[in-house]
Design a protein around this ligand. Structure first.
Ligand code: SAM
Ligand code: SF4
Length: 498
């Protein structure tokens, strides 16, 4: 996950978590809030105040930040790219790796200086760093005005009063954002331009031995299907064309609901929403990646041919100690089945190198598995012990230099594979949803989630359009092309299976 400009562009494929700023909306016609007037009250007039949001971590955090941004904009605040100009600064934190936590601490340090020079600036800290840690954090960062738990994000009725306490003129918010009938859901969707993230399940029931997420995000809690469908309908009415359903184990959705529903059922319901062009979901756990789910993906017109299926390691003994509950062969077999059902499927995965006790032979198993799997994207991470997790009790015995070497080796491998895959696309035509401009060029993503830059006359406004792009050149992490035409929305009968 990388810094974003106008739009959620993940430019160079990220191997480390990086901080980013949620940029102000593009001002494109589809972003006009008047389109949402039938679904939500009209936004309050500008109040002359500004907010700044800094986000690090996963797409869940991005979704939460987008929600806060949307909320503050609706009550008259304007977004600023600079914390120095802001009346409210929101930091959305991550603790999945020590490096991320260190960046948050560094940012909080610089905000202490800002608070000294501008004491009226309100500083808010949210994200995984906050869960169960408020007392310690209050002592460590006394300049922070408000800590709020990420679990409050799905309940704007709770979060909003917290924010409202900061500023008198936000006091009208709880009334403004009346919770929906089921009591759990925000009354308003949140989106950035033409794409939007929609969290559908919170928490995680797995206890991978290295991972802090279950300790900070709790057990799996699925949102009801009706609430998700209503939210996507609202987003589509607001001009969103692509929705990504989110969860740490997104394909566990529904297991905990009274009706014991499945993600496949939810995908069918969301796909049926008129006007939604593209649907994605992430992150999936291999254990829940059933034939039925792949068959459903292959069948639904809006479902993009992209699979995010973290594997973490290619050696069975390491996978066992990671408590991943599958083998290398099972992961490869799932990929094989998916590819047999969906032509042009692209695959992204996550890998951790330098897990405690990982031998050179075991690392080479990961290397050979990635060579065999030929994923489009691999999110690489060097193992980082996390307090409270099982593996933190084991010696972190792979020196940093060795972790770095393994990381580099996989990065190089992936660069070669990415170059081969993308070079084969030169001359082909791909459908691109144009999300914004990147260094003066229109950019967007293919259905397979590949970043595509479009060479185009500057006068032509492509923002928010689905265009056919003929690929003229390729790099390991993105494609470049020129507009070849505008595709129609795919028909439900369109052939997608090989
Ligand atoms: N739920 C997803 C799954 O099943 O893989 C992943 C969610 S996790 C928050 C995101 C990624 O962070 C993981 O895929 C893993 O590669 C990385 N990660 C998590 N804990 C880590 C740790 N202790 N050290 C290094 N990387 C870690
Ligand atoms: Fe963490 Fe494992 Fe849950 Fe993913 S499945 S969030 S890696 S515990």
């Amino acid at each position: 996950m990388t810094p974003r400009s106008i739009i959620p562009l993940r430019a160079v494929e990220e191997t480390e978590q990086v901080s980013r700023t949620v940029a102000p909306p593009s001002g494109a016609p589809h972003a006009d809030l008047s389109m949402s007037a039938v679904h939500a009250p009209a936004p309050l007039p500008a109040n002359g105040k500004q907010f700044h949001i800094w986000t690090i971590g996963c797409q869940m955090n991005e979704a939460d930040s987008a929600k806060v941004a949307s909320l503050l904009q609706e009550v008259g605040y304007r977004q600023t790219a600079s914390e120095d100009d802001a009346d409210i600064v929101v930091l959305n934190s991550c603790v999945v790796r020590q490096a991320a936590e260190d960046k948050v601490a560094g940012k909080l340090g610089s905000l202490a200086r800002l608070k000294r020079s501008r004491p009226d600036t309100r500083i808010v800290l949210t994200g995984c760093m906050v869960t169960n840690q408020q007392e310690q954090l209050r002592k460590r960062f006394p300049h922070v005005d408000l800590f709020f738990d990420p679990s409050d994000f799905d309940r704007l009725g709770l979060v909003v009063p917290e924010l409202a306490r900061l500023e008198d003129d936000l006091a009208a918010l709880p009334h403004y954002y009346a919770p929906a009938a089921d009591g759990l859901e925000p009354a308003e969707g949140y989106r950035k331009g033409v794409t939007a993230y929609v969290p559908i399940i919170y928490g995680c029931n797995f206890l991978c031995s290295y991972c802090i997420v279950p300790y900070r995000r709790g057990r799996e809690t699925s949102r009801p299907m009706g609430a998700i469908v209503r939210e996507v309908e609202r987003l589509v009415a607001d001009g969103v064309r692509e929705v990504t359903l989110l969860g740490q184990t997104v394909n566990a959705w529904g297991h905990d609901l009274p009706a014991k529903q499945s993600l496949a059922e939810l995908l069918r319901a969301v796909d049926a929403i008129p006007g939604l062009d593209r649907l994605r979901f992430l992150t999936s756990h291999p254990m829940y990646m059933t034939d039925d789910l792949f068959d459903t993906m292959a069948e639904l017109p809006s479902l993009c041919e992209h699979l995010n299926l973290p594997v973490q390691a290619g050696d069975n003994e390491v996978l066992h100690r990671m408590r991943r509950r599958y083998t290398r062969d099972l992961w490869l077999e799932r990929l094989g089945y998916a590819r047999s059902r969906m032509r042009d499927l692209t695959v992204a995965t996550d890998i951790i190198v330098g897990f405690p006790g990982e031998t050179e032979e075991q690392f080479l198993q990961t290397y050979s598995m990635l060579e065999e799997a030929r994923c489009e994207k691999v999110h690489l991470a060097m193992y980082s012990p996390r307090p409270g997790t099982l593996s933190a009790r084991w010696e972190d015995d792979i020196p940093h230099a060795e972790k770095h070497r393994r990381h580099q080796a996989l990065e190089k491998l992936q660069e070669r594979i990415g170059t081969e895959i993308n070079s084969a696309r030169v001359g082909s035509t791909v459908e691109v949803l144009v999300e914004g401009k990147n260094k003066g060029r229109w950019s967007g993503r293919s259905r397979g989630n590949t970043l595509v830059h479009v060479d185009m006359d500057d006068e032509v406004d492509l923002l928010g359009q689905l265009v056919d792009v003929r690929i003229t050149s390729a790099k390991p992490w993105f494609l470049i092309g020129e507009v070849a035409g505008t595709p129609a929305r795919p028909e439900s009968s369109s052939p997608r299976t090989p």
